[in-house]
Design a protein around this ligand. Structure first.
Ligand code: NAI
Length: 332
């Protein structure tokens, strides 16, 4: 068994963390042979609640979990961490637009970027979950110049998982039979869930999802809108934002980043754009990526038809606007 690695989860007293901590601690992300020490960051007001979470982690009696460090100090939280799940922020409430969140949240990610820069391992892999995730990840990276920008990513895996589930349900297939659905752009209602490169396994054969579904109209309307609005639909039903599914997606994202993707398969991650597919450069844009040896690469050469072009441009424009607003707020 290897030496324990240090993993930080921010917003550790919140509802996503409540599901996520257990998944990380029992080896779903870093594997059954990787012991770990969990660093839990939250705000001073939540230290009492966090104490309860620490007790529960102890009571889970998980052999892989070698230590827990609860704190309200980013310097302690980010010290020597190899992986960071940045979940803590103000969650979206019913009726609240994502743009309202920007002002409250980018400041948090500036502070955390600076703390990562000073205290984390230089090869730390950072996943931003807290919304607006893409722009928060960009700001965090800007304030951590000693850590490569490719080590900062934003979560669109929940959208990908939602999209896969919609296709599987439509075809009556297990969700594991669906792959290569893409989420392009922002984790917001402008995101573009794209099934045109997706494949499904059905009756022992591999088919293009669009050939199996045989309804391009559904794929371009109901499917896209259902995935785009799924977060709001869950909030309307639960009166709280998605938590269990968000935790599962965060675990999936980081597991694939550390372990790689299967040959021919890709997953969606928000990463700093290099302008691939005519997207704006230097925003955190969700692309299909393949991962090998801990490094992601944007999948190249996919066909972008007129419909996709329009959708990519719209979400790219929103990300550029968010970036301008964020820079205006923090005066970067
Ligand atoms: P929550 O409100 O239950 O928990 C958030 C926690 O973050 C709270 O304990 C709060 O005290 C803490 N926090 C606030 N400021 C902090 C700071 N500066 N440092 C450390 N901790 C801080 O919220 P929940 O449901 O866990 O959601 C967390 C975030 O994840 C929200 O921004 C939500 O919108 C986002 N989210 C993102 C998804 C995605 O797909 N990217 C999906 C679902 C949620």
């Amino acid at each position: 068994m290897s030496e324990p690695i240090r993993v930080v989860v921010t917003g550790a007293a919140g509802q996503i963390a409540y599901s996520l901590l257990y998944m990380i601690a029992k080896g779903d992300v870093f594997g059954p042979n990787q012991p770990l020490i969990l660093h839990l960051l939250d705000i001073p007001l939540m230290m009492g609640v966090l104490e309860g979470v620490v007790m529960e982690l102890a009571d889970c009696a998980i052999p892989l979990l070698r230590g827990v460090v609860p704190t309200d100090d980013p310097a302690v939280a980010f010290k020597d961490v190899s992986a960071a799940f940045l979940v803590g922020s103000m969650p979206r409430k019913q009726g609240m637009e994502r743009k309202d969140l920007l002002s409250a949240n980018v400041r948090i990610f500036k502070v955390q970027g600076e703390a990562l820069d000073k205290h984390a391992k230089k090869d730390v892999r950072v996943l931003v979950v807290g919304n607006p995730a893409n722009t928060n990840a960009l700001i965090c990276s800007k304030y951590a110049p000693s850590i490569p920008s490719e080590n900062f990513t934003a979560m669109t895996r929940l959208d990908q998982n939602r999209a896969q589930a919609q296709i599987a349900a439509r075809l009556g297939l297990p969700v594991g039979n669906v792959s290569n659905v893409i989420i392009w752009g922002n984790h917001s209602s402008t995101q573009y869930p794209d099934a045109s490169h997706a494949v499904v396994q059905t009756d022992g054969k591999q088919l293009k999802a669009s050939d199996a579904i045989k309804d391009d109209n559904w794929l371009r309307s109901v499917f896209v809108e259902t995935v785009q609005k799924r977060g709001a639909t869950v909030i309307a039903a639960r009166q709280m934002s998605s938590a269990m599914s968000a935790a599962k997606a965060a675990a999936d994202h980081m597991r694939d980043w550390f372990n790689g993707t299967a040959p021919g398969q890709f997953v969606s991650m928000g990463v700093v754009s290099d302008g691939s597919y005519g997207t704006p450069k230097d925003v955190v844009f969700s692309f299909p990526v393949s991962i090998k040896n801990g490094k992601w690469e944007i999948v190249q050469g996919l066909t972008i038809d007129d419909f996709s072009r329009k959708m990519l441009d719209a979400t790219g424009k929103e990300l550029e606007e968010e970036k301008t607003d964020a820079v205006g707020i923090i005066g970067a």
